[in-house]
Design a protein around this ligand. Structure first.
Ligand code: TLP
Length: 341
């Protein structure tokens, strides 16, 4: 089988042999009845890591986010979020379709809103206006280049939002990347949020699954909404075992992905056509001056390298568990050769 260098996303990682063994050996039960011991262990572990009362295993990051939106809002409400956030751009307008809420997108440079931008957008409490009830943040920020939310900015938003009676949800799909890069715990980075979603199936390398963490009351409501969406799984311990394994063995190694991203960035900086966003974690986003992004995607594919176009001239590369130092050097070499030809 041809070996691709797949830099499209950290979602492409495949379970390692040891992870598969943990999955095969998992004790299981019916999780809709709350009887799967491995799912329960994963939920307890996640709650403990984030310093929360409870957690819920969900099939995907999107379902986790959408459950949180549903629990925190009423139809007719407004939600403030960043213009390039995953919830606004890549969740198929589900916030409108399922929760009946309106997004109020905020433009930013790197994906990080400040309270000063949010405050003027909060609707007055007048019955004939839609009501602002929720703010969503994303850490790390995916489409604007994997940057880490400045902790003080997030803390200020949470404190001011709570004074105004608003809830704050974190799309922390890649919060462990932020934790490893800043050498802070996920608990410290997510303190105060009313709910947090994080993914097991991205850099952590599990095949399926994400988690919601929050108060016991929030998680009880979330469990009901998960069922509404058809996300009640049965012997899901097989999948939860991969998540437990990932939390145990794949967190610290994210550092390697960040080092590989830095190495790749260093090489890409030498190419005049490329303007690179600052690289902080495992995501690299760059803009091409002349070449259409799709042309580069196609030429790289012919060389066995997969990358993702996220705009007419924008490319995203993501490093992960299945990408080595020599893979990123090959990719950088191929990009340079194609663009300088
Ligand atoms: N991101 C995927 C694609 O959907 C773009 C990727 O390849 O990066 N929040 C954030 C910040 C995400 O990046 C993603 C997935 C999700 C939520 C949704 O997670 P899944 O794919 O598990 O539903």
């Amino acid at each position: 089988m041809k070996r691709w260098i797949d830099l499209r996303s950290d979602t492409v990682t495949k379970p390692t042999a040891a992870m598969r063994r943990a999955m095969a050996e998992a004790e299981v039960g019916d999780d809709v009845f709350g009887e799967d011991p491995t799912v329960n262990a994963l939920q307890e572990r996640a709650a403990q890591l984030f310093g929360r009362e409870a957690a819920l295993f969900v099939p995907s990051g999107m379902m986790g986010n959408q459950i949180a939106l549903k629990v925190h809002t009423q139809p007719g409400d407004e939600v403030i979020l960043e213009e390039a956030s995953h919830i606004f751009n890549a969740e198929l307008a589900m916030m409108g379709a399922f929760s009946g809420v309106m997004p109020r997108p905020v433009p930013t440079e790197r994906g990080f809103m400040r309270w000063e931008q949010i405050e003027p957008l909060i609707r007055p409490k007048v019955y004939y206006y839609s009501q602002t009830t929720l703010i969503c943040l994303e850490n790390t920020h995916n489409f604007k280049g994997g940057g880490i939310y400045p902790l003080e900015w997030a803390r200020e938003i949470i404190a001011r939002a709570h004074e105004r009676g608003l809830k704050v949800h974190l799309d922390g799909a890649r919060i462990f990347n932020a934790a490893v890069a800043t050498q802070k715990s996920v608990r410290e980075l997510t303190e105060g949020f009313d709910s947090v979603m994080f993914c097991l199936s991205k850099g952590l390398g599990a095949p399926v699954g994400s988690m919601l963490v929050g108060s016991r009351e929030f998680i009880e409501q979330a469990r009901r909404v998960r069922k509404m969406l058809g996300g009640g799984m049965r012997q899901a311990g097989i999948l939860a075992a991969a998540g437990l394994y990932a939390l145990e063995h794949h967190v610290e190694r994210l550092r390697e992905d960040h080092e590989n991203a830095q190495l790749l960035a260093q090489e890409l900086k030498k190419i005049p056509e490329i303007s690179l966003e600052p690289v902080e974690t495992n995501i690299i986003v760059f803009t091409l001056q002349k070449t259409p992004a799709e042309r580069l995607v196609h030429a790289l594919r012919e060389r066995g390298i997969l990358v993702h176009a996220i705009g007419p001239r924008k490319i995203r590369l993501v490093t992960h568990l299945d990408v080595s130092r020599s893979d990123v050097l090959s990719a950088a070499g191929a990009i340079a050769e194609i663009l300088q030809r």
